[in-house]
Ligand binder design. Structure first.
Ligand code: DNO
Length: 353
């Protein structure tokens, strides 16, 4: 396994490359061209500039999170083929630059959703939290303002203002997109890009829906074992794989994380390891990585990955905000660095026993 950290690029992240390179546990960074809109072509020189920044700091660019998918592809509008063409060209440019891992998601309109971005804990740290009863009362039209007001001045991944400025039109465009249609549109997309992925050895790793159920009446399909296997079997190439995001899949306590690791064996290309605490049905708050702090057994998940011969990329996921740090919610330096150290400790122990 290769331990990495997510990095939004030097113009966007509060965490610097100099800080990241000192986390001895981390070998590479997962990054993106954060300024790119879904559907836009990524040019080779832009990708190379990102690589140069990261390599200049003694690290490697270990993969991309995310190359976002244009809504036309998810909705299946007549212009989707043009956006798929652009996606393929972006993959070719990434492949030419030696990138072999791409994380993406297929959630309609919104990416991950939380009802609280800085919930105080008794020790003074803050965490992200989700409460379905609060979300049920939010008018999605106001959600962008809510996120903006609570995100410490950072643009949150998946909450890019340009797209979310058109929420009404987007909801209208998705109104006939039920789960079956969304699934078929995903398969159509995957079949179109697979030859390019196979040519360049690019592993696509779909990110599960977070939380793992429908929100605001929009369909969500990457939510559970059955749906994940259906998607993998529909496009059986090994390059059609999964980001095993514990926090997203584990948001639904019915998902057995260890069982899922085994079920997805060989198709997990990227793992997001984190913990959260279920507080009531449809309600959870994020926790520190330590198993005892939340509802998940991280040792069991790391062991399952190890036992299955996982040799992909891992990163710690959302951390608490600690020690007065001001960063994008979930993406401060300190708690994620602690998480990387903890996961490496679990991995070393399981490898030697
Ligand atoms: C949030 C992230 C997501 C994820 C995308 C992948 O913290 O887990 O924004 O990167 O869903 O496309």
């Amino acid at each position: 396994m290769k331990m990495t950290m997510r990095f939004y690029g030097k113009d966007y992240d509060s965490v610097t490359l100099e800080q990241l390179r000192q986390i001895r546990y981390v070998e590479g960074l997962i990054s993106t061209l954060y300024y790119k809109q879904a559907g836009e072509l990524w040019e080779r020189d832009e990708i190379r500039a990102l690589k140069n920044d990261i390599e200049g700091a003694g690290l490697e660019l270990s993969g991309i999170e995310s190359v976002n998918i244009h809504d036309a592809i998810k909705i299946g509008t007549p212009d989707r083929d043009m956006y798929i063409e652009n996606y393929i060209k972006t993959l070719e440019n990434l492949g030419e630059e030696g990138i072999d891992l791409v994380c993406y998601n297929f959630m309609p309109i919104f990416d991950w959703t939380r009802s609280e971005l800085a919930k105080p804990r008794p020790d003074g740290s803050t965490v992200l939290a989700y409460d379905q009863s609060v979300v049920d009362k939010i008018n999605p039209d106001n959600l962008k303002e809510y996120m903006d007001a609570n995100s410490n001045g950072f643009v949150m991944p998946g909450w890019e203002p340009e797209r979310l400025g058109k929420l009404k039109e987007l909801f209208e465009a998705y109104k006939d997109v039920d789960a079956e249609k969304l699934f078929n549109n995903l398969v159509y997309f995957l079949k179109a890009i697979m030859p390019t992925c196979e040519k360049y050895g690019i592993k696509m790793a779909i990110h599960p829906d977070d939380p793992a159920w429908s929100v605001f009446g929009l369909s969500r399909i990457i939510t559970c074992k059955e749906n994940l296997l259906r998607m993998l079997n529909a496009v059986p190439s090994v390059y059609n794989g999964v980001t095993f995001c514990m926090g997203s899949l584990g948001s639904n306590p019915d998902n057995d994380l260890v069982d899922l690791v085994h079920a997805l064996k060989g198709r997990i290309h990227f793992a997001h390891i984190r913990n959260l605490k279920h507080t009531a049905p449809g309600q959870f708050e994020e926790a520190c990585h330590l198993s005892a702090d939340g509802s998940f057994d991280l040792a069991a998940v790391v062991k399952a990955l190890h036992d299955d011969g996982f040799d992909g990329v891992i990163r710690p996921d959302h951390g608490r905000m600690l020690w007065g740090e001001k960063a994008m919610p979930g993406y401060g330096l300190y708690d994620r660095a602690l998480g990387a150290a903890y996961i490496c400790g679990l991995w070393e122990m399981v490898s030697k026993s």
